[in-house]
Design a protein. Structure first.
Length: 633
């Protein structure tokens, strides 16, 4: 696909960045509208490991909207909402999106929201979710979007940590076959949370209207209609734009902070450098605003670049069929489509011959980008063959906000190696370290780490928890950011991300902590001990599987206990955990030092022989797990 001169263009760009990182980013920053220019491109004396564009002032929402209206793009579609769940499609021009954002910002200001205040957004995939995010950005308030598939307890923990002045939510979300009433979950979460918001703005959807609590809750549409448009408030480049909670290695989610300046510069640059699109192009990230992909590539980056972004309220299959994604691409003229491999696997399973794909004119689609989990080679090959377009796997995390490794359309793409996630983006000095922190040669597997500083756009810290950031990411390898992912870089410089080094699993492209699920199982009165591992799944990539040991003397039927445990995880974490399997065993296999043999349990769940453990406490425990898993589908 790619010839030698183009390859050298990537190499040249990477080298240019290596030789002068600050010059590289200062040049990219010229594309952003600043109220005040920065004093220093990078100030190593600030924050945990330094901060980007210190002294600069800007407004991110103004860069996403007003800047394009001022440049004459006011009539161009900014956001198209396509909702097979409701049968509706609505297009908002840049001028319309700016006006709605300004009014919702006014409505939030009316509720007392000011620069630096936090606002939690708990919404389904409706345009008002993006408008609310942008309205917060316009005010200099810090939003924290919580994915709709999380339950009340997860929402409560985020409310307690972020201490929002206001919450924006909706009466309901729509899942195939059921209406998810959000308001009771919100009310329960507020009751559980240590902090109480002063007010809630509730979008009433006709599928299930919500009861509003007088004095606290306000109708979104009424408040928007009554509000005066609010002007963008310039904020410091280093001020937080948002907090996005993500699974850590414990049950307590980590509040990843994103700043304004570095984020705008990095995301705007990524649209051209990685995806090869610019103003006027239609770009679609098939994700949810509750995840980082949704933040970066449904809302901020495409709007920063003046693209038309698509917001899709539906699924890859079943809404109504496995041709839905291709219908959206064809109908709206999508040039670049980004989604998670799990969605493609679901489509491939239902439409292996791609007959539904063939119904649509995909001539305007130029490339498919995948991320969120490792893309297995058969899925990448299937998509590339059926689409006849480049399929680019790229690797990133909530923490980084944009791709660590990718293929780069600005430089021409590399010959794709299915299973590899491309090469390091200019901005990242990515290396593989052994457990002692020594850089390993090419071809050897170890821990992926990025030499500090992280590039613009990556998280500067955790919300009000610098120490937590240091402990989670910087302490293991001084001078480096530990990604938590493992793999190797091959002789050509291509990066192979093979798995996590911690207890995080990836279920349908959603990052979840098995530790958090273990905490829920352990809270059941009948459970003495437990373990949760990620087992292979043909569509979702991984699914959680639990093992529990009951307290002595518990004689209740195991099936009843298992049912309660499944319900408990669904209630405490949410349906998104997809926790459906739990087995009772007499004991857990452990090493002599008492460590649970999770790798062996995982192998047994996958139908493989257990890895030979060096010092197993009681070999019979592995046989017991094996027979517990005998009935797994
Ligand atoms: N609000 C409420 N509930 C939600 C939800 C939301 N926003 N999103 C998911 N859920 C629920 C689902 O209804 C489901 O509930 P159930 O157990 O009652 O069926 C559960 O959470 C699991 O949902 P999901 O992960 O969507 O699994 P699924 O079996 O319904 O569908 C796929 C499987 C592969 C079709 C689906 O996971 C999918 O669309 N994946 C793509 C995800 C993606 O693109 N992620 C991008 C990240 S970059
Ligand atoms: P999240 O923070 O939810 O985006 O999840 C990030 C994690 O998902 C990463 O640390 C990886 O474990 C995994 N991941 C994301 N993209 C890829 C990819 N392209 N290849 C392999 N793993 C990936």
């Amino acid at each position: 696909m790619m010839d030698a001169p183009v390859q050298s263009t990537y190499a040249e760009a990477y080298r240019r960045w290596q030789q002068d990182p600050e010059g590289f980013w200062a040049e990219k920053a010229e594309a952003v509208h600043w109220h005040r220019r920065w004093n220093k491109v990078f100030d190593p004396s600030l924050g945990v490991y330094g901060q980007w564009f210190a002294g600069g002032e800007l407004n991110t929402a103004e860069n996403c909207l007003d800047r394009h209206v001022a440049a004459g793009r006011g009539a161009q579609p900014a956001l198209i909402w396509d909702s097979p769940m409701t049968g509706r499609k609505v297009s908002f021009s840049y001028a319309e999106l700016r006006d709605r954002t300004a009014r919702v910002a006014g409505a939030l200001a009316q509720l007392g929201v000011r620069r630096g205040d936090r606002v939690i957004i708990y919404m389904p995939m409706v345009p008002e979710a993006a408008i609310s995010m942008l309205a917060c950005a316009r005010l200099g308030a810090i939003h924290s979007v919580v994915f709709g598939g999380f339950g009340a307890a997860e929402l409560a923990s985020r409310i307690s940590d972020a201490k929002p002045r206001a919450i924006v939510s909706a009466s309901c979300g729509l899942e195939p076959g059921r209406v998810v009433a959000y308001k009771p979950l919100l009310d329960e979460a507020i009751a559980l949370a240590a902090h109480k918001p002063e007010s809630c703005l509730i979008l009433q959807r006709e599928q299930a209207r919500a009861e509003l609590i007088r004095g606290r809750d306000h109708d979104f549409a009424e408040a928007e209609a009554a509000a005066h448009p609010h002007e963008p408030v310039p904020v410091a480049a280093t001020d937080p734009l948002y907090i996005l909670y993500t699974s850590g290695t414990t049950g307590r989610p980590k509040g990843i902070v994103r700043d304004n300046g570095g984020h705008a510069v990095a995301l705007l640059n990524s649209m051209r450098m990685i995806y090869g699109v610019g103003a006027g192009d239609v770009y679609w990230a098939g994700s949810d605003v509750g995840w980082v992909v949704g933040h970066s590539y449904i809302v901020y980056a495409p709007l920063l670049a003046g693209c038309t972004t698509i917001m899709y309220e539906g699924k890859p299959v079943g809404t109504p069929d496995a041709g839905a994604y291709w219908r959206v691409c064809a109908e709206h003229g999508v040039r670049v489509f980004f989604t998670a491999p799990t969605g493609i696997r679901a489509i491939k399973q239902q439409d292996p011959e791609a007959k539904l794909m063939a119904r649509y004119d995909l001539s305007r689609l130029e490339a498919l980008f995948l991320a969120g989990e490792r893309c297995d080679p058969p899925t990448a090959l299937w998509a590339a063959e059926k689409l006849g377009k480049p399929v680019v796997d790229h690797w990133w995390q909530t923490e980084t906000g944009w791709a660590i490794t990718a293929g780069f359309r600005e430089f021409g793409l590399f010959a794709p190696k299915p299973g590899s996630a491309g090469r390091p983006a200019p901005g990242y000095d990515l290396q593989v370290l052994d457990d002692s922190g020594k850089v390993l040669p090419r071809g050897q597997s170890g821990n992926f780490a990025v030499r500090l500083p992280l590039p613009p756009g990556a998280s500067p810290t955790l919300w009000q928890n610098d120490e937590g950031f240091r402990a989670a990411y910087l302490a293991d390898f001084p001078g480096w950011y530990r990604t938590g992912d493992a793999g190797y870089i091959d002789e050509d410089g291509d990066v192979w991300v093979m798995g996590r080094t911690d207890d995080i699993i990836n279920v349908a492209g959603h990052r979840l902590s098995t530790g958090a699920m273990e905490e829920v199982l352990a809270s059941h009165p009948n459970v003495a001990e437990c373990a949760v591992i990620g087992a292979r799944d043909a569509v979702k990539g991984e699914v959680p599987v639990g093992l529990v040991v009951l307290k002595a003397g518990i004689s209740r039927p195991h099936a009843a206990i298992a049912e309660e445990l499944v319900a408990l995880v669904r209630e405490r974490i949410g349906p998104v955990a997809a926790f459906k399997e739990v087995y009772v065993v007499p004991r857990l296999p452990k090493t002599r030092s008492g460590k649970i043999l999770r790798a062996s349990i995982r192998r047994l769940a996958n139908g493989e022989p257990p890895a030979p453990p060096p010092t197993i406490e009681d070999p019979a425990a592995l046989d017991e797990v094996k027979s517990a898993f005998a009935g797994r589908g």
